[in-house]
Design a protein around this ligand. Structure first.
Ligand code: NAG
Ligand code: NAG
Ligand code: NAG
Ligand code: NAG
Ligand code: NAG
Length: 345
């Protein structure tokens, strides 16, 4: 049984639900539940309708039109909003969801010239949303690449159907369902970029193209046989691109070198200039008949680098005051030597 994970599936979350509707996504009821609906194709969106199933018929919740704007039904006014009604993102968010919001939702997008694209989302109660992932196989993938996952059914009897799902903390998305007849039904978010061969159900494989940030999640294959259910779980994590890793390391080293070398050069040059300056000042001072007053040697002799670094890193620091004081002293000494005791006091 190698690394195969045999789990007890608490609930067959996605796929067809009680109403016989193919569910693209099952979302856990949370306080601010968000129903994600992002149009994945390129056709022009004419209008978007959000609806909820009430027993047998669909009830309108909201209509989004690129020219006429957003219309929200009175019943939902103030309870829902569209966080980012961009060209393709029509996701619906609840301000404060309640138990009444449990149910089946439809995001129906009328496009030109492709026609209607639809996503079915089911909100289920928090305690009904229970996923037990016992043993998972790690997979590493790079963003933007393709990821292939396999599922081999080893029991003796024949497979009836294979379901692939993407599992996250608060939702499960259907990737594809292979029916007993070999027919494939894709989840609306995956249809455009997923490859599957439903003809050999015992050895199912999917390829998800253009892996993006939200795709790094847990994946599950549920192969249902006549009297056994076989489950295999994968957790796909992002891996560092080797070249980028080298670039980062090299960048880090050069940054460290620069951080060490620059201050050193700066320190040496300032010390050199200070020395020259001190020499000049000493000459000036001796000329200015000020020989009785001896200035503290460290004011000019000390490397001034620490002052610059501190001010850069921590903004206004006390050492800046020290630098200013020294500067003021020097200025006053050279120009108005008599005022010096006043300033420094
Ligand atoms: C899941 O894990 C628990 C404890 O780790 C174990 O007792 C149980 O048998 C496992 N279930 C399956 C189906 O492997
Ligand atoms: C369902 O529809 C019926 C008839 O249109 C209506 O009376 C009822 O309030 C609806 N239920 C909900 C939960 O919206
Ligand atoms: C809104 O949509 C735009 C374009 O798709 C995207 O760049 C932006 O990050 C989105 N903002 C939020 C808050 O989701
Ligand atoms: C993957 O992404 C590339 C570039 O972003 C795009 O040209 C290509 O059509 C995408 N493929 C699919 C299957 O989405
Ligand atoms: C599954 O069903 C087959 C016949 O359909 C039977 O021979 C086999 O013992 C069953 N396996 C289990 C684990 O019940």
């Amino acid at each position: 049984m190698d690394h195969a994970a045999v789990l007890i599936v608490v609930l067959q979350l996605c796929g067809t639900n009680v109403e016989g509707e193919f569910v693209d996504s099952t979302v856990k009821l949370t306080e601010k539940v968000k129903l994600e609906c992002i149009y994945p194709k390129k056709a022009m969106i004419m209008q978007t309708s959000w609806m909820k199933l009430n027993v047998t018929h669909r009830e309108n919740i909201a209509v989004l039109h690129p020219i006429y704007g957003i219309h929200i039904e009175d019943k939902y006014s103030g309870r829902i909003y569209f966080e980012n009604a961009s060209r393709e993102d029509k996701s619906l968010s609840f301000t404060k969801s309640t138990l009444e919001d449990v149910g089946l939702y439809f995001c129906s997008i009328v496009t030109y010239p492709d026609g209607i694209w639809e996503k079915v989302i089911e909100i289920i109660q928090t305690d009904a949303f229970e996923i037990s992932v016992n043993e998972t196989n790690p997979v590493f993938a790079k963003p933007g690449r393709n990821v292939a996952l396999t599922c081999t059914y080893k029991a003796g009897d024949s497979v009836q159907q294979v379901m692939w799902e993407r599992i996250k903390a608060d939702r499960v998305d259907t990737i594809v369902l292979c029916n007993p007849s070999g027919k494939q039904s894709f989840g609306s978010d995956f249809e455009e970029r997923t490859l599957v061969d439903c003809s050999d159900q015992a050895n199912s494989m999917i390829v998800i193209q253009n892996f993006t940030g939200s795709d790094f999640a847990t994946y599950r294959c549920v192969a249902t046989g006549r009297n056994t259910t076989y489950v295999k779980t994968y957790t796909v994590a992002a891996t560092w691109d080797h070249r980028w890793f080298i670039v980062y390391i090299a960048g880090g080293i050069s940054a460290a070198v620069l951080l060490l070398v620059f201050p050193l050069i700066f320190c040496i040059t300032t010390a050199y200039h200070k020395k020259k300056k001190r020499k000049r000042i000493t000459e000036d001072l001796s000329k200015a008949v000020y020989s009785t007053q001896t200035l503290p040697a460290n004011s000019y002799g000390r490397c001034n680098f620490h002052v610059t670094q501190n001010t850069e890193r921590r903004g206004e620091e006390t050492s800046l005051g020290w630098a200013e004081e020294v500067y003021v002293n020097w200025k006053n000494v050279s120009h108005k030597p008599k005022e010096r005791p006043l300033v420094s006091s």
